[in-house]
Design a protein around this ligand. Structure first.
Ligand code: PMP
Length: 432
């Protein structure tokens, strides 16, 4: 955020709504950091600066305590027991579904399917939708910036069914080309499957508009929200999205649990993904009647400890307020972009008008792996490599990047340390 003539302007040069800067003034990051014990630790004798939040976020006490509390005092398998503990565990598990429903503003808790994470959510969708609605020669539209978890499942389906993948290109700033997107539709297009926010470029794709275009042609849309729900407030009804996937561990929750939201009318029409306990109403050797939604898609014992602690994570971010989180992270990203761009030899990949708190870069011809390793020795955790987006790397003409990704607990001082660290590494490579 900049100040011109005492008027605060946001990164688009527009006057910030009063609330936006009031909110940031009220945002107490040091208090938030107290909830994350790991942020107090040292690595190599240096304070940890954790900037790998795109890969996974750290967990607040409230989430970790929910896990131990549940194991210590409520643990019992859900849905099947008549006994007290099983019923209590079931209530907590189902209350968590309601928490997710509220968080996404879904119409019904039946639309919230618990999975192991985004990857499983996408696989579930591709497998069930592809089975029911796609034939040889049909097409899916993806974007060039997809994570492998929204490419490979489609390729597996392509190998089984002979469907074709159509890819939306992007411009140099890392923004999808909307005209090209519209041109990709044909009478064989059966589905669009795109990421909300790129885990490499930070681009926030205009999914609302993209969904409207698809719907005008009668085509449903899956949005990969792995990198959006931790940073933006998402309303599935407002987006009118048909399916939406995310992972608990990227939004301060536990590993091993995630969500597939699906409109009820769509979920009703899809066949189950896996067979087993929980997903049935009755079974004989001749015939199985499937359970109602959402259980039809939840074969086996669910990760009920995970769902309860995921709900705690959602309660945690909701108590701060997703709008405040978004405004704060936006300010951090603005600051980081400005400071990083000033480094000699800096190349940043992804400078979209709508950008989330992910910054990928290379400095001179320093290999991303060398940069990441040397930053690590300074206590700075960043990610290096292709970020599970090799087609995007190919499009950018590189093998990998260094990626810094910020969360609600990061600070400008940490960004200063990152900049100082990069400068130090640069001098090691380039000073005589
Ligand atoms: N999509 C995107 C955009 C991601 O960033 C990630 C994780 N890096 C995934 C999908 C996969 O998430 P998970 O490994 O939690 O299933």
């Amino acid at each position: 955020m900049r100040c011109v003539n005492n008027v605060k302007l946001n990164r688009f040069g527009r006057r910030c709504p009063v609330n936006e800067h009031r909110m940031n003034e009220m945002y107490d990051v040091s208090k938030i950091r107290e909830d994350f014990p790991i942020l107090q630790r040292e690595v190599y004798g240096k304070p940890l600066i954790y900037l790998d939040n795109g890969a996974t976020t750290q967990k607040p006490r409230q989430v970790v305590e929910a896990i131990t509390d549940e194991y210590y005092s409520v643990n019992a398998n859900v849905h099947r027991g008549v006994h007290f503990l099983s019923q209590q565990a079931t209530e907590l598990h189902e209350a968590s579904r309601e928490t997710v429903r509220r968080f996404l503003n879904a119409r019904s808790a039946n639309e919230i399917v618990f999975t192991r994470g985004t990857t499983e959510s996408v696989n579930l969708f591709v497998s069930s939708f592809g089975e029911e609605f796609m034939q040889e020669g049909d097409e899916v539209i993806l974007s060039v910036m997809e994570h492998h978890s929204n490419i490979v499942p489609w390729q597996l389906l392509a190998a089984r069914k002979g469907i074709a993948l159509k890819v939306i290109p992007m411009n140099e700033r890392g923004e999808l080309l909307f005209d090209e997107y519209e041109k990709l539709f044909s009478d064989r297009t059966k589905v669009v499957s795109v990421t909300h926010v790129s885990n490499v470029l930070g681009t926030v794709n205009p999914v609302r508009r993209m969904i409207a275009v698809a719907h005008a042609r009668g085509v449903p849309v899956l949005v990969d929200g792995a990198q959006s729900v931790p940073h933006l407030s998402v309303d599935v009804q407002d987006l009118d999205v048909d399916f939406f996937a995310f992972s608990g561990h990227k939004i301060y929750g536990p590993t091993g649990v995630g969500v597939l939201y699906g409109k009820e009318e769509w979920l009703d029409r899809l066949p189950p993904y896996q067979g087993g306990g929980e997903m049935i109403q009755s079974v004989t050797f001749e015939k199985t009647v499937f359970n109602e939604l959402p259980y039809k898609f939840e074969a086996g014992t669910p990760d009920y400890i995970g769902t309860v602690s995921l709900a705690k994570a959602i309660d945690y971010v909701s108590a701060i307020g997703m709008d405040k989180v978004a405004a704060y992270e936006h300010e951090l990203t603005e600051y980081a972009m400005r400071r990083l761009k000033a480094i000699e030899g800096m190349r940043i990949f992804g400078d979209a008008e709508q950008k989330s708190s992910v910054i990928s870069f290379l400095v001179g011809d320093i290999h991303h792996f060398d940069m990441g390793t040397l930053l690590d020795r300074l206590g700075i955790a960043v990610r290096t490599g292709h970020h599970c987006a090799q087609p995007l790397m190919r499009r950018l003409g590189i093998e990998g990047t260094v990626r810094a990704s910020f969360a609600l607990y990061n600070t400008k001082e940490e960004i200063d340390a990152l900049v100082a660290g990069i400068e130090r590494v640069r001098k090691m490579f380039y000073s005589a």
